[in-house]
Design a protein around this ligand. Structure first.
Ligand code: NZQ
Ligand code: ZN
Length: 384
């Protein structure tokens, strides 16, 4: 196991009815900005619960944050924050609303063009505090310091990360996820699954705790994901999916182990260019990365196949083949196609996607830094 320092400062309130905890969690005299997306929270009762919990507080609202949150929209929220002297941000929604609000938090006091935080890795030295209510288990953003922002005008999707934007608290009520459409249920399960894989499917460093935790999360998602589609109001199923998604990217399973993230980086380019949902791009790219990197990932692929899929074949290569096939089948059973063509994206896009990886300096991806633009091209060909 490699050395590490671990801290996760986000306080979690989990369970039905926990939105009322907002009243206790929010600072007494804060000037709060409630941020949200396209209106799902107004249809499923979450907005009303939040408004009730905000009684007696000073608060404002900013709606309309898009899926794959747009930089341009977020900069309008920054203006509102400055005008109303907001000092606490309360995103209520999915990963896009929370990620977008992290950028708002960082941009308010940023000297210069905030896009440079993503595009040029420019540091920022303060951020407004954030507390969130999560309605879509998927990204883990509710208790991590990461954010992914899309610039609509240039069709670019870039990430930043900082300990300054960890939410101070996250409210996770599984009943808020009952209203998710099947596509978003599937997206969440696939995203959490791939987050786990990015931190697990590399090479062994004898990190038994991280490996067993990761395998537990993967098996939970394989078991519960299809149930969430079939039985959307099942509280136990939704609870397990929600907690698995948080645990998949709150830092815990990633400490002391090598990490990959090539699937995510390639996937972000597909979303930016073709508008596919984040998880859809992961379902396309991950099986191809597994295949392309099968020699480098050999030991973990065998471990994954034997432990997560219970593949008993004596032949290790047959286990690897079986593990890749089982992964694809799982994504497809969740209703998420695993090829570019499954979403109508033509092979002709591949050179343009590789050009964007080069433009974003994503030249040495993966746990060995071995996925060059040429390797990314081969991976995308495998995923065509
Ligand atoms: O906008 P509203 O009306 O709220 O509708 C949303 C949106 O249309 C809807 N939705 C959310 N909760 C709902 C609901 N509909 C009904 N009932 C509910 N309870 O779902 C749609 C998608 O929402 P979005 O927030 O975009 O989805 P998700 O949570 O999957 O977030 C995706 C974004 O997160 C980034 C992705 O790149 C993408 O931009 N990621 C962030 C990460 C992080 N910060 O750590 C890591 C991830 O790898 C990922 O890259
Ligand atoms: Zn993801």
């Amino acid at each position: 196991m490699n050395n590490f320092i671990f801290s996760n400062p986000t306080k979690i309130a989990f369970g039905e009815g926990q939105i009322k905890e907002l009243a206790n969690f929010l600072p007494a005299n804060a000037r709060i900005l409630l941020t949200y997306g396209g209106g799902s929270i107004k249809k499923n009762g979450v907005y009303d619960q939040v408004v009730k919990a905000l009684e007696g507080k000073t608060w404002f609202e900013f709606g309309g944050i898009e899926p794959n949150p747009h930089y341009e929209t977020l900069m309008k929220a920054v203006e509102l924050v400055k005008k109303e002297k907001i000092d606490f941000l309360l995103p209520v929604g999915g990963g896009s609303v929370i990620d977008g609000t992290k950028l708002i938090a960082a941009a308010v006091h940023f000297d210069g063009e905030p896009w440079d935080i993503m595009a040029k890795n420019k540091p920022f030295h303060s951020a407004l505090p954030i507390g969130c209510v999560l309605t879509l288990p998927a990204t883990g953003t509710e208790s991590n310091g990461n954010s992914v922002i899309t610039k609509a005008t240039t069709q670019e999707k870039l990430a930043f990360g900082s300990p300054l934007v960890y939410p101070q608290f996250a409210i996770l009520d599984p009943t808020t996820t009952y209203s998710l459409p099947p596509r978003q249920i599937a997206n969440g399960v696939v995203d959490a699954f791939v987050h786990t894989m990015e931190q697990y499917l590399t090479y062994p460093v004898n990190a038994k705790v991280q490996d067993r935790f990761a395998e537990g999360l993967l098996m939970t998602l394989v078991e519960e994901g299809p149930k969430a589609l079939k039985d959307p109001q099942n509280y136990a199923v939704r609870s397990n999916v929600m907690w698995a998604a948080t645990m998949a990217l709150n830092g815990l399973i990633g400490v002391g182990v090598p990490q990959d993230w090539a699937t995510h980086m390639i996937g972000h380019e597909i979303t930016a260019m073709h508008g596919l949902d984040h998880a859809q791009t992961l379902a396309i790219v991950l099986p191809a990365v597994m295949q392309h990197q099968r020699d480098k990932k050999r030991e973990k692929l065998i471990q994954y196949g034997r432990r997560v899929w219970n593949l008993q074949d004596v032949n290790d290569d047959a286990v690897i083949d079986g593990a890749i096939a089982a992964t694809k089948k799982f994504f497809e059973e969740m209703g998420t196609p695993t090829t570019l063509s499954g979403y109508g994206v033509n092979k002709d896009s591949i050179p343009k996607l590789v050009d964007m990886l080069k433009k974003h300096n994503l030249l040495t991806l993966g746990e060995h830094g071995a996925i060059t633009p040429e390797a990314s091209r081969e991976i995308l060909e495998l995923a065509a």
